[in-house]
Design a protein around this ligand. Sequence first.
Ligand code: DX5
Ligand code: ZN
Length: 217
Amino acid sequence: MAQISPSLLAANFAALGQDCRTVLDAGAKMLHFDVMDGQFVPNISMGVPVLAGLHRALPEAYFDVHLMICRPLDYIGAFAKAGAGIITIHLEAESPVGPTLAAIRAAGCAAGLSIRPGTPAEALAPYLDQLDLVLVMSVEPGFGGQSFQPAALEKLRAVKQMADAAGRSDLWIEVDGGVDLRTAPGCVAAGANLLVAGSAVFGSADPAAAVRALGAL
Ligand code: DX5
Ligand code: ZN
């Protein structure tokens, strides 16, 4: 059974706190907070002050922060201070991966590493010891509402194998992009234990029911 991390990118930004409350009450384990800088990806979303405001309003919520930015190392302290629980960086970003992961843990957060669709799962291997979470992107990062790329399933299986071989049953294996009731079962079967869902949750007529349905898979 997988846990759900609804992506706030698809929420109503005029009622963000309320939308967070709705999905948490429905059983979402954490809240997926997508940060984009217009450089690493061709889109700009939200940043530190928005996270700080949500954290103040919902102190018990656990924020799963996905940094789609070129220089994550420069911002670890700020996101940690603003209330991040997990901070996930991209392997393809410019900051050195090992030191950035070390900085995340030194700041008191859990550390995640994500790979774009074009990056092989094996590239994660050298960092496994430093990771609490691996994020497999099942779309090209940058926008919500894209179609799930089935090649992600093979990658999830490879990550699961890697985690099993290392005795890492505690590792979060997260998948992000086009995850809905149709694509999620395959992800779970392939080893994902944390599902990010934006459109499938906040684009639905009943976000709470959507969280419960995904969480029951
Ligand atoms: C995409 C983001 C995702 C996005 C997913 O770059 O990382 O978290 O919000 O949206 P859906 O679930 O709509 O594909
Ligand atoms: Zn994301």
